[in-house]
Ligand binder design. Structure first.
Ligand code: PLP
Length: 463
């Protein structure tokens, strides 16, 4: 027994000898010496630890396991997926896809020196937001603009600058939570100001604001009800009236739009979403909105409004902590330039293209793909084409759904479980993400643009 164990151990090659194996040298070429060495020595340690006298060291098998482990650890964690959830601006899947021109601008800004904070006319230090401020002013009609990391940061900066240790009035119907950690009351607390709730959940009147106003009031704030709708017996105070109420007392009126589309969606048959230019025209002193929701750009928080207030925001040291990177500014500038030409916009802005994609188009995709998907699942599932509704997502227009087409993959058999099908599709090289509804996995095809890539990997489905 002991002797057999000793001889098996003697048969284990040394790490140095393994590193001379041609197959290992190939792995070193791909993954680098350090990682290959680490994997091999872990494999050798595991073999020694098992101390199984009967086991022989199977070098090809060990190398194969190491190669697979190296490939797994080399694969990027953040990778492309097919968003077939039916939610166009899916926060967990990265929200808006930026147009190619924006991605190219970001690439250039990342790989070359740029005049990020450098005034090329005067040769002196410049201001990073200057690259988009004029465009935002032109597009929204505001006097000034500023950019931070996202809309949550925009709201934070505005409150922290205008209302520290003072009260901000918000209707109880607008005390929203947006996915996970963004709750308006929490942001207010962190920004150092006190939330003064006004009215009731379903009804808030002008007199509620008037009664709540006092010496400690710093501002009135309106929060766009992004991801929900209050219906039935409701009342809210319109923006121009809120602006007038605030201005009578010399207070600023802040409007947090969330999505903030810069053009009227109604021109493409979509429901109207309030625009920053409307909010400015209705008397808001500062308007905040996201860069990667309906705007269709990179993650960013945009603040437009009164010049004196924006100057104050810029002087807040928190601006430095919340500022955006050059790649964001480059992509944002490119997207904002598209908005100067709305005809190009609908062709080139992926978010808008997906939202305006004709139903017949999506249905044709479903009809084309159905046989291949059915063949890939064989007897394991029934695949049919069904009518569904897509959502805009990211809290935009919560009650408006867009007619779309999907493939329904319904597992066959007694222990049929759509979760299993969802997991199989998630395990593909380019994971396919659908949604489960009523015992079937639905693949909403509105956002599928690369059919060949989708089809090519179907053969890899393991049933
Ligand atoms: C989405 C949203 C936010 C947060 O925006 P992010 O860009 O995700 O930080 C804030 N307010 C409203 C009304 C929103 O809809």
């Amino acid at each position: 027994m002991l002797n057999a164990a000793r001889s098996a151990r003697r048969a284990i090659p040394s790490l140095d000898r393994l590193l001379q194996d041609p197959a290992v040298l190939t792995l070193v070429g791909v993954h680098g010496r350090a990682r290959v060495k680490a994997q091999l020595s872990a494999a050798l340690d595991a073999f020694r630890a098992a101390d199984d006298p009967a086991a022989a060291f199977d070098q090809p098998a060990v190398l194969q396991t190491c190669a697979a482990a190296l490939a797994r650890e080399a694969a990027p964690s953040l990778k492309p997926v097919f968003n077939l959830t039916g939610t166009v601006l899916h926060t967990n899947l990265g929200r808006a896809l930026v147009p190619t021109c924006a991605a190219e601008a970001a690439f250039t800004a990342m790989t070359r020196a740029v005049n990020l904070e450098f005034d090329l006319d005067g040769g002196k230090r410049g201001e990073r937001d200057s690259h988009v401020e004029k465009l935002l002013m032109e597009l929204t009609g505001a006097e000034a603009a500023l950019v931070v990391n996202n809309d949550a940061a925009a709201v934070f900066l505005v409150l922290n600058t205008l209302a520290p240790k003072r009260e901000v009035l918000v209707s109880r119907g607008e005390l929203i939570e947006i996915g996970g950690a963004f709750r308006m009351p929490d942001i207010m607390a962190r920004a150092g100001c006190k939330l003064r709730e006004v009215g009731t959940t379903n009804r808030t009147h002008a007199k509620d604001y008037v009664e709540a106003m006092g010496p400690r009031t710093a501002a009135i704030m309106k929060v766009h009800a992004s991801n929900y709708a209050i219906q039935g017996f409701t009342a809210e105070v319109a923006e121009p009236e809120l602006a007038a109420l605030a201005h009578e007392r010399g207070l600023p009126f802040i409007n947090d739009l969330g999505s903030g589309m810069l053009v009227d969606l109604a021109q493409w048959g979509l429901p109207h979403e309030p625009t920053p230019q409307e909010a400015i025209a209705e008397g808001a002193d500062l308007v905040t909105f996201s860069g990667d929701k309906l705007l269709g750009g990179p993650q960013a928080g945009l603040i437009v409004g009164r010049k004196d207030l924006v100057a104050k925001l810029r002087r807040n040291p928190m601006k430095r902590a919340l500022r955006v990177d050059k790649m964001t500014l480059a992509a944002l500038e490119a997207v904002l330039r598209l908005y100067r030409d709305p005809d190009r916009l609908v062709r080139e802005l992926p978010a808008l293209a997906a939202l305006t994609r004709p139903l017949v188009d999506i249905e044709a995709v479903a009809a084309r793909l159905r046989p291949a998907v059915a063949a890939a699942f064989g007897d394991a599932a029934a695949v049919t084409q069904v009518a569904v509704k897509s959502q805009i997502g990211s809290g935009s227009l919560p009650v408006d759904l867009l007619p779309s087409a999907a493939l329904s993959i319904r597992p066959a058999g007694k222990r049929a479980n759509p979760e299993k099908i969802a997991a199989q599709l998630r395990a593909l090289p380019v994971p396919v993400i659908g949604r489960i509804h009523d015992g079937a996995l639905l693949l909403d095809l509105r956002c599928l643009d690369d059919e060949p890539e989708f089809l090519a990997q179907l053969q890899q489905l393991k049933n």
